[in-house]
Design a protein around this ligand. Structure first.
Ligand code: NAI
Length: 460
């Protein structure tokens, strides 16, 4: 029976990163994934292909509607959807192939097939490879799948998930999106830009739950201006297939006829099929596996990271956990600072956040100071023609320590990195305010917001 020091089940951002870090630390590592293409949901049908489509659709919409103001007149702008989809596929192919190379470089043994427990320290692989393996340590990094909704039957044609919405072969006339969260807003943006009518149905009375509510409300206004239709407080009770389309039923409201339906009401951990009972583990009611601060499950030498455990379902959170888990196994140390994990919604403009929201601080009764700076006062934003949005910094009222940073604006996802690093170092808002920021850059808005915490913005 092939024996390894460590088996990682799952080759997504959590799993492959854990495998590489463990190999760097000298372990003999195996990584099992059911899919021949490594990289998990993120690389195959998530983060990467969606960002490729967001970029292409943004370019299209800018060329079609956005250049007059720059004094640029264009001829007819046409969409070549097959070419756009092919570009996305090429990017996915390149990156997934890259992970293959990384595993080889780190001498990690790959097994292709479904991994499940056969007993303590034993894992069975079934699929392209059929083998039983043995290891002292096992990390579960099997990620998540689309959560289902009662009454909504995903047929993969008319009613689909983000996987289908990444590859519609023509622009839908009318797309109905169930759930105005990360996936709904991102994929809705893609098809809105490419010409679809997009109706967002959201159960709550706000979009993007979890994000700072004031920032989400500003974003909501901008999205409406872009042409999104929103129905908030809309509880979807079911969908019915019609000839060439679907009808979406909503509690207490008229049903909506459309061409495509995207179901994006969250994701559920992939823990079924692991035969967890063979090692005495039982996932909770939501399918999550309980772990302690060191990612140890209740079963000895079995660990879990990423979407299958508590916390946000984000690729970079899983990566940090993968590194910390591997380091803990080998060195006895390893830690993730959950207060400094950023989150980004890649709409236009982007929405980025790190640390506590204002809602959370109010709820917990934490006394805080606030600095807000609008991009319309930022020189670079003006030259880019990207003046929507703002930076908001929340700092402890007594110590000035930064507790949360929330940005709505162009390239907010890149700007938030500064805030995450600052928070990792326990910075005060004054630390950010006193650091030199190049002029003219969007990052100056972060500095000005930090100055704003002390009521001393210079340019505004
Ligand atoms: P989500 O949790 O972000 O949003 C789901 C939305 O559906 C919520 O607003 C919820 O209130 C709504 N909803 C639930 N039941 C409903 C119903 N019956 N009718 C109408 N609305 C309903 O989940 P989403 O967008 O599916 O994303 C899944 C996960 O993937 C998230 O945890 C997210 O963190 C991650 N993700 C991250 C991205 C990023 O980092 N940019 C991009 C895409 C996904």
């Amino acid at each position: 029976m092939p024996t390894h020091d460590l088996i990682v089940i799952g080759g997504g951002p959590g799993g492959y990163v854990a495998a590489i870090r463990a190999a760097q630390l000298g372990l003999n590592v195996a990584c099992i994934d059911a899919n021949e293409r490594l990289g998990g949901t993120c690389l195959r049908v998530g983060c990467i292909p969606s960002k490729a489509m967001l970029e292409s659709s943004e370019k299209y919409t800018e060329l079609k509607h956005g250049l007059d103001v720059h004094g640029i007149k264009l001829g007819k702008v046409e969409l070549d959807l097959p070419a756009m989809l092919a570009r996305k596929e090429e990017i996915v192919k390149g990156l997934t192939g890259g992970i293959d190379m990384l595993l080889k470089k780190n001498k990690i043994t790959r097994y292709t097939g479904l991994g499940s427990f056969a007993g303590p320290g034993k894992v069975t692989v079934k699929g392209k490879d059929n083998v039983e393996l043995e290891a002292k340590h096992i990390i579960i990094a099997t990620g998540s799948k689309v959560a289902s909704l009662k009454g909504v039957e995903v047929d993969g044609k008319t009613v689909g998930t983000s996987t289908e919405a990444l590859a519609y072969d023509k622009v839908p006339g009318h797309l109905v999106v169930i759930g105005a969260g990360y996936i709904g807003m991102e994929m809705g943006s893609v098809w809105l830009r490419l010409g679809a009518k997009v109706t967002m149905l959201e159960y709550l009375d706000r979009i993007l739950p979890g994000m700072d509510s004031d920032i989400a409300a500003d974003a909501h206004k901008l999205f409406k201006k872009q042409g999104f239709e929103f129905k908030l407080g809309a509880k979807v009770t079911g969908t019915k297939a019609t000839k060439g389309g679907a009808i979406v039923e909503i509690e207490g409201a008229d049903p909506i006829k459309c061409d495509k339906v995207l179901l994006s009401v969250g994701r559920a951990p992939n823990t079924e099929g692991l035969n967890l009972q063979a090692v005495g583990l039982q996932p909770d009611g939501r399918g999550k596996i309980e772990v302690n601060d060191h990612f140890e499950t209740k079963a000895k030498n079995i660990y879990a990271i990423g979407d299958v455990i508590r916390g946000p379902m984000l690729a970079h959170k899983a990566e940090e956990e993968g590194v910390a888990c591997a380091e803990h196994i080998v060195t006895g140390y390893g830690h993730v600072n959950y207060d400094a994990i950023p989150a980004v919604v890649y709409t236009h403009p982007e929405i980025a956040s790190v640390g506590k929201t204002e809602d959370e601080l109010k709820e917990k009764g934490v006394e805080y100071k606030k600095g807000v700076y609008h991009f319309k006062a930022n020189g670079r934003a003006r030259t880019l023609g990207e003046t929507d949005g703002k930076v908001k910094i929340l700092a402890d009222a007594k110590t000035d320590r930064v507790l949360g940073v929330h940005i709505l604006g162009n390239r907010a996802g890149d700007l938030i990195a500064e805030a995450a690093v600052a928070m990792e170092y326990g910075a005060s808002s004054e630390d950010i305010a006193r650091a030199s920021h190049a002029h003219p850059t969007l990052a100056e808005a972060v500095k000005e917001a930090a100055l704003g915490v002390a009521g001393r913005t210079i340019n505004g």
